[in-house]
Design a protein around this ligand. Structure first.
Ligand code: SAJ
Length: 437
């Protein structure tokens, strides 16, 4: 009697296929290797394939030792040979879902993975999409492609959606202890997906459909984008009211119920929060609904670099220093603290705006030694932070509040600081030279 998928999951002989060994796929594969499952990572990047197979990780949340251990135990291998999908009992799709130039969803990575899956789909296979996408993607886009094989969903193979919830750099929550939301296309699909995730993840939360699971993720990230947009607008209001926005937010945070602090910043970075809500608004537009909150928050957040530029110009003027020729040192260019990721980083937009008006900008970021600016723009290298560098700057701008910086030392040596992250809140004795967003 052929072993069922349930049997293979229960005796840990199921082979797990992971499309995309990025910040979602690699931690997921490692989790399953640690439970003794064999995992095959399907990658299009030869560099990534060689790196993983030589026991190395380029993902901050996964150590080289973890990859080396999984590879040496022959539990993990990376490959571009999609025919190995024949050996897989589960296939999770963890590929990027960016926006196109016209701000429409770009599901081409998902489609490329599903096309390969179609060629090797077999009975008792479980397919799970984890990439963040608009409600309906799993049922309207993926299912029809897989059913061209003649296999029936819920009977021959199983299909589910479970949103990834990776928070890069989060030392408390990782793949294993972050609750998983799972929606199956049929009850049997859901049952199999639940059984799969329970083998490596502490808590699984079931919802009634793949659309519901797709919508959960978009609510989570739209919630962040809209609240960050709100607090960025509060910063603009407080600027006009001559009130310290950070003081207001800290005070509001003393309310033990009904409030959750978000903080102003130079804009929205990362590959999720600036992008995911537009997947939702795009889908709703196709249903003749205009998602006002999403569009408004997107507008406010995307204009924060221009606001930072306006504040910097105003501050330099106050010190009789024109922006043109001003020597500016930027601290931190990653899209958020204590990580190396530069994707959609608003810091780069801020630097570009300053350079465009003739400022002489240098940056320091211990996590980002190089910034590859756009086509035709000169790349930049992180400069070493020295007292001389700080003293010679007309202005030091904190754009990313890495915790490795000694802000007291920076304030001691800098002549003037514009702090967009309230990173200098613990600094004593230099308040006259510090202005905050
Ligand atoms: N930001 C602010 N003010 C805030 C919070 C964030 O300006 O109060 C900025 C950050 O500096 C960053 C951007 O927003 O540029 C996104 O920040 P983020 O903390 O949401 O970080 P991400 O995008 O790396 O991770 C988020 C996850 N973060 C948290 O839950 C804390 C989570 O929403 C998702 O797991 C993840 O996106 C994802 O993959 O969708």
């Amino acid at each position: 009697m052929k072993e069922t998928l349930a049997d293979k999951l229960n005796n840990h002989t199921a082979v797990i296929g992971v499309f995309g060994l990025g910040y979602v796929g690699l931690p997921l594969a490692i989790e399953y290797c640690q439970q003794g499952f064999r995992c095959i990572g399907f990658e299009i990047s030869p560099k990534k394939i060689n790196m993983v197979n030589s026991g190395k990780s380029d993902i901050g949340d996964v150590s080289n030792a973890q990859v080396k251990s999984a590879v040496s135990k022959k539990l993990l291998k990376a490959t571009a040979d999609f025919s190995l999908l024949k050996q897989c009992d589960v296939a999770t799709i963890c590929v990027p879902t960016p926006l196109s130039k016209t701000k429409d969803p770009d599901v081409s990575f998902i489609l490329r993975a599903v096309e390969e899956l179609r060629r090797y789909l077999h009975k008792e296979m479980l397919v799970i999409l984890e990439s963040t996408t608009y409600p309906g993607t799993t049922e309207e886009l993926i299912l029809p492609i897989l059913e061209t094989t003649g296999l029936k969903v819920g009977k021959d193979f199983y299909l589910a959606f479970s949103p990834e919830r990776v928070d890069p750099g989060n030392a408390t929550y990782g793949t294993k202890n972050t609750p998983r939301v799972v929606g199956g296309h049929t009850p049997k699909c859901q049952k199999m997906a639940k059984l799969f995730y329970e083998k490596a993840i502490n808590h699984v939360h079931l919802v009634s459909s793949t659309q519901a699971a797709e919508m959960v993720k978009l609510l989570e990230n739209t919630f962040r984008s809209v609240n960050i947009g709100l607090v960025n607008e509060v910063a603009l209001m407080c600027d006009r009211l001559k009130i310290d926005a950070w003081e207001i937010i800290d005070a509001a945070s003393t309310k033990p119920f009904g409030f959750m602090p978000f903080y102003p910043g130079p804009g929205l970075g990362g590959h999720c929060i600036p992008i995911d809500p537009h997947y939702l608004s795009w889908k709703l537009k196709s249903l003749n609904y205009y998602s006002r909150f999403i569009e408004l928050a997107g507008d406010i957040n995307s204009h924060m670099p221009e606001y930072v530029f306006e504040r910097v110009t105003r501050l330099l003027n106050k010190h009789q220093k024109p922006i043109k020729g001003a020597r500016i040192v930027v601290l931190g260019v990653a899209y958020k603290r204590d990580i190396a990721d530069l994707r959609e980083s608003p810091a780069i937009d801020c630097i570009r705006l300053l350079q465009k008006q003739g400022a002489k900008v240098q940056y320091n970021d211990p996590y980002a030694p190089v910034i590859k600016m756009e086509e035709g723009e000169k790349g930049m290298h992180s400069v070493t932070l020295t007292p001389t560098l700080l003293k010679s700057a007309d202005l030091v701008v904190v754009l990313t509040d890495h915790t490795c910086y000694d802000y007291q030392w920076i304030a001691k040596n800098a002549r003037l600081i514009f702090d967009t992250r309230n990173a200098t809140k613990q600094v004593r004795g230099h308040s006259k030279k510090i202005e905050k967003l």
